[in-house]
Design a protein around this ligand. Structure first.
Ligand code: UFG
Length: 324
């Protein structure tokens, strides 16, 4: 089966592409390389350097590449940025996804996998299942919800079968593939850059949240475990559309993540408390029992120390990320 992976030069998309290739799928990566890296595109994938904003070429591309399923990762991904630049999310992210869906329905493709997010749920102090209250706290979360709603209607009206995967916090590295955002804003790579000596200290965005130590709690899931959930969903799409929450079911506060990174790296990692970052939910932990029960998926690397250790290994081997 030939799969089009949009954002396949990015962090999660590149790992999914590599895992698909390993399992014998044909992969075409589409990426505009504004955030992705050419070097992250796995050998063996075909590469189309294009932008989803140019919607008119997409039906032709899907035909020409003989695409049978689409996995859509390409998007702006920062919760905090979406509070300052909402139209990058409510505008660009939504428009690009709709361009892609427009093309998918035009050519009659029936398989679609969508990168969604935990950030569409209302904060909760217990693990969040698929039936919990949906109430995005940021334009980022809202933009993902808008596309999930479009998908529901396309399923009902055109027979498109989709999976929306609500990621909790993707982390870790796999082989030559790791996390390299410019500028980096994600907690684990930011902390590891302090350990590498690249940054002096890590800023902790708020210590006055209603959590055990006052810092925000997240559920970190290894990027390979996320990738394998996509492949499991692709195999099951014919039985119907679905949305799944994907995490390990354990929450770690920002301070706990810093502690784990200190243990893994052996570096003191200086931290200072800064004001809250607008748009952050205090507590986001997944209840992923539905995908476990329905598809038999289970995370192979649930332990946070292991996750951080894989990221640390990658950062040590790639101190300048994907740069030469
Ligand atoms: N944090 C800091 N200091 C930093 C960076 C982050 O204190 O330098 C805190 C944040 O405030 C937040 C937590 O660490 O409380 C995690 O922040 P990240 O930026 O690493 O990740 P987010 O939880 O904001 O968002 C990530 C992805 C989203 C995804 C979401 C799902 O960026 O795309 O996880 O939970 F949707």
């Amino acid at each position: 089966m030939r799969v089009l992976v949009t954002g396949g030069a990015g962090y999660i998309g590149s790992v999914v592409s590599a895992r698909l290739l390993e399992r014998g799928y044909d992969v075409t990566v589409l990426d505009n390389l504004t955030a992705g890296h050419r070097r992250a595109i796995p050998a063996g994938a075909r590469f189309v350097h294009a932008d989803l904003a140019e919607g008119a070429m997409l039906p032709h591309l899907l035909d020409e590449e003989r695409v049978e399923a689409v996995m859509h990762f390409a998007a702006n991904i920062k919760v905090g940025e979406s509070m300052r630049m909402p139209m990058r999310y409510l505008g660009d992210n939504v428009r690009n996804a709709l361009n892609l869906l427009d093309a998918v329905t035009t050519v009659g493709l029936k398989r679609f996998i969508f990168s969604s997010t935990a950030a569409l749920f209302a904060p909760s102090d217990s693990p969040i299942g698929e039936g919990d209250t949906i109430e995005p706290a940021s334009p980022y979360g809202e933009s993902k919800l808008m596309i999930e709603q479009a998908l529901r209607w396309l399923d009902a009206t055109t027979g498109l079968r989709y999976a929306a995967l609500r990621y909790f916090n993707a982390a870790g590295a796999w082989g030559n593939l790791g996390e390299d955002h410019r500028p980096e804003s994600h907690l684990i790579p930011v902390v590891l850059k302090v350990a590498l000596g690249e940054n002096g200290k890590v800023g902790i965005f708020g210590d006055d949240y209603p959590t055990s130590d006052g810092t925000c709690v997240r559920d970190y899931i290894h990027v390979v475990d996320l990738a394998d959930a996509h492949i499991a969903c692709l195999g099951a799409l014919e039985q119907g559309s679905r949305a799944y929450n994907l995490g390990n079911g354990r929450g770690f506060s920002v301070m706990e993540v810093v502690e784990v990174a200190r243990r893994v790296t052996g570096h003191p990692i200086e931290a200072e408390v800064l004001p809250r970052r607008p748009g952050d939910s205090p507590w986001l932990v997944a209840d992923s029992s539905r995908i476990r029960e329905e598809l038999g998926w289970s995370p192979q690397m649930p332990d946070l120390e292991t996750i951080v250790a894989t990221a640390w290994e990658w950062h040590r081997q790639h101190p300048r990320g994907y740069e030469e």
